[in-house]
Design a protein around this ligand. Structure first.
Ligand code: ZN
Length: 291
C-alpha cells in the first residue's frame, strides 16, 4: 500500500496532507456515464453485464496546527463478509451486492494505514464526511469517541438504509452551512484560522459537501468527494447514473470550475486514480493536460 504525503507552508503554519487508498469499487459500465442521470438510468444500467474499471477510494488526513482532520473514512473490511448487506432493505441489498463490486485488503482499512504513519485513531480531532455512502463511512467504526461532522442537509436527507451499517456509538455533529465562501453560497469554517472550509456541492447526494483547504489567498486544495469521479469528468460534465440531482450537480461543477479560473485549485475527487499524483505534484485544475 502506498501512502501519498505532501507538506505545505500556509499562512497558519505547517500543514501536511496524506492520501490513503482504502480499497476499491466498480459500478456497471452503463452506470458510469448517463445522459440523464437518475432513477431510470440507474435501473436501465442493471441490464449491463459488464462492470467499469476499478476506482480507488481515497481518504485524506490533514495535519493542521489546530489538530488532525480526517476527510471520509473509506471502506470497511466487513464488506467481504457475505452477510454485510443483510441488514439492508431488499433493493439496497440487491444494488450493493449485484450492481457494485468492492475489494479491500486486510491492511487497507483506515486504522491500519494511520498506524503506519504513527497515528492512533483516538488522536484524530475531527472526522469530516463529504456524504454518507458506504465507501466513505465504512471506517467510522474505528472512531467511537471522535466528533463526526456532517452537513445537516446530508444527514436529514440520507437514505434510510445507510445508518444500519453505521456503528452504534457515533458522535454525529450536524453542521449548518450558513456562510458564503468565494462563489459557494453554503459553507462553514471548520477551523479558527478559517482555512479549512466545508462547502455544499449538491447533486451526487442532496447534501453532498466538499472540503477546501486554503493554503494562501491563491492556492486551494479541493477535496471533492463524489462531485465528479475524476477531473476529466468534471471538465466534460460526465456523470454516473446514480446522481440524485443532475441540475444541482452541474451547478456544483460550474462553481468549482469558476473557482479554478480565479485561483489555483488542486482537485482531488474520492475515486480519481490520479488524485494522489496530483497532490504530490501540485497539479492544478485547468492547468493540466486534460483540458
Ligand atoms: Zn463514493
Amino acid at each position: 500500500m502506498e501512502i501519498f504525503t505532501k507538506s505545505f507552508e500556509s499562512k497558519n503554519g505547517k500543514i501536511k496532507v496524506h492520501g490513503f487508498k482504502t480499497g476499491k469499487l466498480a459500478i456497471k459500465k452503463a452506470a458510469l456515464s448517463a445522459k440523464n442521470p437518475g432513477f431510470l438510468s440507474t435501473i436501465l444500467s442493471f441490464r449491463d453485464k459488464f462492470f467499469g474499471e476499478w476506482l480507488p477510494i481515497w481518504v485524506w488526513l490533514i495535519e493542521h496546527p489546530e489538530g488532525l482532520f480526517l476527510i471520509d473514512t473509506g471502506l470497511s473490511n466487513d464488506v467481504k463478509q457475505n452477510n454485510y448487506f443483510n441488514q439492508l432493505d431488499f433493493i439496497s441489498k440487491f444494488y450493493f451486492e449485484k450492481q457494485m463490486k468492492f475489494e479491500i485488503e486486510d491492511n487497507e482499512e483506515i486504522d491500519k494505514q494511520l498506524k503506519k504513519i504513527g497515528i492512533n485513531c483516538s488522536t484524530i480531532s475531527k472526522i469530516i464526511l463529504t456524504h454518507l455512502h458506504i465507501d466513505h463511512t465504512g471506517g467510522l467504526k474505528h472512531f467511537p469517541k471522535i466528533p463526526v461532522l456532517v452537513n445537516q442537509r446530508e444527514w436529514e436527507t440520507k437514505d434510510g438504509s445507510f445508518p444500519k451499517l453505521f456503528p452504534e456509538n457515533l458522535k454525529i455533529e450536524q453542521i449548518k452551512l450558513e456562510n458564503r465562501f468565494e462563489n459557494f453560497e453554503n459553507s462553514f469554517y471548520l477551523t479558527k484560522g478559517k482555512d479549512l472550509i466545508m462547502v455544499e456541492t449538491q447533486g451526487h447526494t442532496r447534501g453532498h459537501s466538499s472540503i477546501i483547504l486554503k493554503l494562501n489567498e491563491d492556492k486551494f486544495i479541493f477535496f471533492a468527494g463524489d462531485v465528479a469521479y475524476n477531473e476529466k469528468r468534471l471538465v466534460e460534465k460526465i456523470f454516473s447514473a446514480t446522481i440524485k440531482d443532475n441540475r444541482k450537480n452541474i451547478k456544483s461543477c460550474n462553481d468549482i470550475m469558476n473557482l479554478a479560473t480565479a485561483k489555483g485549485v488542486i482537485f482531488l475527487p474520492s475515486h480519481d486514480p490520479e488524485s494522489g499524483v496530483r497532490l504530490m505534484n501540485g497539479i492544478e485544475l485547468l492547468n493540466s493536460d486534460v483540458v
